[in-house]
Design a protein around this ligand. Structure first.
Ligand SMILES: Nc1nc2c(ncn2[C@@H]2O[C@H](COP(=O)(O)OP(=O)(O)O)[C@@H](O)[C@H]2O)c(=O)[nH]1
Ligand SMILES: [Mg+2]
Length: 707
């Protein structure tokens, strides 16, 4: 594999709502660039970037696929390496998109030519804003029945503003979609039917001439607007010279002032060649940003600046990990600065270990090929690193830096999973560990009280995919039980109590007394322990025993078996005995003190509240808002999105467990939504009582009382 320099690299994330054709359009580009002998199709599982067996079976992208097109843009002989990140677009897999977007230097946002902007379209736009990425729009599937260029453009303008400017116009639409007019060069490109992706260039057809002229002027004006010199030329001559228009557009895109709008249809392979040329000519190379900001310490600390250049010390950021049952762990990274040579040894700054990069590779989906080195800005993979995980920074030991990983919200739904046999149970935790390593949005805990295995993710299908992987990759069979809401417990008041443990059995006795105060902490603080013992009322080595006793009891819960959080325990006094006191005596004293404290500190139940955004055709918006109220939700706003409405609300998770199917039936499948954890809030009293009673009954039924 050839080595590319940063200026000849483009890192483009293909983004958009699920089903807008990202994987198909990626396949079309790869086919044109000669990376595949045939045009890959989602429907027969033959695309490069949906290669995982779950993706092929479900016909959707679940994780980000990496591939590259080596492409010499029109009029040039030197090839550009276009690294393509084909991301998932369904809301439940969107955290993967967010995490992997950190490797991109530009986003191509696909918008369905029929549906226009959708809920995930806005989500990925927001991610691009968060990461400060230049972006372009692609009105895609122009060949679909009811495709409407004007309507889709209108919906883009309405949501993303007038910076979204057409750089292409369609020639025909729906089944007559044949090609496009390039509004920069003012030429027409008609694609030959049959999926080969070949076009013929010609003058703009007479019936489109007027429209193209208007659109061209609009583009020129937008480009000129941001630059005094260009504005002057535009006023003088009424237009811009071709080279200056191109340079102006390039700069306006890099400056995030213009978001060019393109068109294509990946399935019949129309427009992909223009797209590749556009990416090479107008989207920025990874070097364009000049420098990147990191931190001096893992969690933050002072900022460290690094130039994006080969001459700088090596640093790489890990944006994805894949757990391949055969090849082992595969690490996806971007070279942020310096040059990574094959067989180099790098320092993992986060874990303070050395890692050997024995086989540095680039990838077409699942197929790797060796490369001698990767330069600043390029993307690659390496197998068999020992400890590195997603979010880590590695590099030249002498020049440490930490790049900030993506912020992934807490899971939205949690299921109990039950191993089918004893053998399954034995293998479960190791297999799950691997799956969690590649999916940052999954969480796995063993419930301290019920001993159940809980697997939490972004939605039912997300957890189902994890369960399917367990079975297929690791032969671990588990049953998925009903979804569970991760309630929490907390206190609303203070308490000052004593925990006294005294037991005399034969020889040695047990003795330990502790006095603690408890008080509530703000939401999200967890548990805090303060040692306020003076004068050795409890010897120093047994203070941690008290803490452990409190911590373990808090994890088991008080009201209904959910972890007690957001409180502080202050240990301020106690008693001990020279012979009878021990670690265990003080643990038990801590447990007893915790129980006593909960009795008076006004314990209460907390429930997770979710941020929900729903996109529905206008006529359903009333129903959707009414339905939100019946779910104890608070609607915080409704905005118009062309013929759609965007409704924002905060709703308790407990009321959203079946929303995916409910929304489908309320809107005949035309609504979509995203949901993200927001915060914990108190459960209303009547409901809290039900949950507590239910937990009591379950405990009574499941485990007969001990002693
Ligand atoms: N009519 C039409 N269908 C398309 C086009 N591109 C993709 N599709 C179909 O749309 C569905 C979703 O495509 P896919 O590439 O998986 O979308 P993604 O979820 O955005 O990656 C598949 O059934 C494709 O065959 C297109 O340009 N025109
Ligand atoms: Mg896809």
């Amino acid at each position: 594999m050839k080595v590319y320099s940063g200026e000849n690299i483009r890192n483009v994330a293909i983004l958009g709502h699920g089903g807008t054709g990202k994987t198909s359009l990626t396949a079309a580009m790869l086919y044109l660039a000669g990376a595949t002998p045939r045009l890959g199709r989602v429907d027969d599982g033959s695309t490069v970037t949906d290669w995982d067996e779950e993706e092929i079976a479900r016909k959707i992208s679940i994780s980000t696929g990496l591939a590259y097109a080596e492409w010499a843009p029109r009029g040039r002989t030197e090839k550009i390496k276009v690294n393509l990140l084909d991301t998932p677009g369904y809301n439940i897999f969107i955290n993967e998109t967010k995490a992997t977007l950190l490797a991109a230097d530009a986003g191509l946002i696909l918008v369905d030519a029929v549906a226009g902007s959708e809920v995930v379209t806005e989500k990925v736009w927001d991610y691009c804003t968060e990461y400060d990425l230049p972006r372009a729009f692609m009105i895609h599937k122009m060949d679909r029945e009811l495709a409407g260029f004007e309507r889709a453009t209108e919906s883009i303008h309405q949501v993303y503003g007038r910076g979204a400017v057409a750089v292409q116009l369609p020639i025909g639409q729906e089944k007559n979609f044949k090609g496009l007019v390039n509004l920069i060069a003012m030429k027409a490109y008609t694609y030959v039917a049959g999926g080969e992706g070949k076009y013929t260039e010609s003058e703009i057809p007479a019936e489109l001439a007027e429209k193209a002229k208007d659109a061209h002027e609009k583009l020129v004006e937008m480009v000129a607007e941001g630059d005094d010199k260009l504005m002057e030329e535009f006023f003088d001559k009424g237009t811009l010279e071709a080279a200056r228009l191109q340079e102006g557009l390039r700069q306006a895109i890099a400056a995030k002032r213009i978001f060019p709008v393109l068109i294509a249809a990946g399935l019949p392979n129309i427009g992909a060649e223009n797209l590749l040329n556009f990416i090479c000519d107008f989207l920025p190379s990874p070097l364009a940003r000049g420098k990147i900001i990191g931190a001096a310490e893992p969690g933050g600390g002072e900022t460290v600046e690094r130039k994006i250049a080969d001459s700088e010390p090596l640093s790489i950021y890990v944006f994805k990990t894949l757990a391949d049952p055969f090849a082992g762990r595969i690490t996806y990274f971007k070279v942020m600065s310096g040059v990574l040579k094959n067989d180099a040894t790098l320092q993992n700054f986060n874990r303070n270990t050395a890692e050997r990069f024995q086989h540095v590779e680039v990838r077409q989906g699942k197929t790797p090929s060796a490369v001698a080195e990767l330069r600043a800005g390029d993307i690659g993979t390496v197998a068999k690193l020992k400890e590195t995980t997603t979010g880590d920074t590695l590099g030249d030991k002498a020049a440490p830096i930490f790049y900030k990983p993506a912020r992934i919200p807490e899971p939205s739904i949690s299921f109990a999973i039950e191993p089918k046999t004893r053998a399954d149970e034995d293998r479960l935790s190791q297999a799950l560990h691997r799956i969690l390593e590649e999916d940052l949005a999954l969480r796995y805990v063993r419930d301290a009280q019920t001993k159940e295995f809980l697997l939490a993710g972004s939605g039912q299908q997300h957890v189902e995919v994890a369960v399917a992987k367990l079975k297929k990759r690791y032969n671990v069979d588990v049953a998925l039980k009903a979804p569970k809401v991760p309630y929490r417990e907390t206190i609303r008041g203070k308490a000052d109590v004593e925990g006294r443990h005294k037991k005399q059995t034969g020889g040695h006795g047990q003795f330990g007394v502790c006095r603690i105060k408890v008080e509530p902490l703000p939401r999200g603080s967890g548990f805090e322990f303060v040692n306020d013992i003076f004068g050795g009322a409890i010897p120093r080595n047994w203070v941690p025993s008290v803490e452990r006793g409190i911590r373990e009891s808090a994890a088991r819960g008080y009201l209904a078996g959910y972890p007690v959080v957001d409180f502080r325990a202050i240990l301020y006094d106690g008693k001990y005995h020279d012979v009878d006191s021990s670690d265990i005596s003080f643990q038990i004293a801590g447990q007893l003190a915790f129980k006593a404290a909960m009795e008076t500190a006004k314990p209460a139940l907390l429930e997770p509240i979710m941020n929900v955004e729903v996109y529905v055709p206008e006529q359903y918006s009333g129903d959707i808002m009414g339905d939100m109220s019946s779910r104890r939700g608070r609607v915080s706003g409704m905005e118009s999105r062309g013929t759609n409405s965007l409704i924002k609300a905060q709703v308790p998770m407990a009321e959203m467990l079946t929303y995916a199917t409910d929304l489908t039936s309320m809107t005949q499948g035309r609504g979509s939504y995203t949901m993200e954890f927001s915060h914990y809030d108190f459960v209303p009293p009547e409901l809290a009582q039900k949950i507590i009673d239910h937990a009591k009954a379950a405990r009574a039924g499941a485990a007969p009382a001990e002693e």
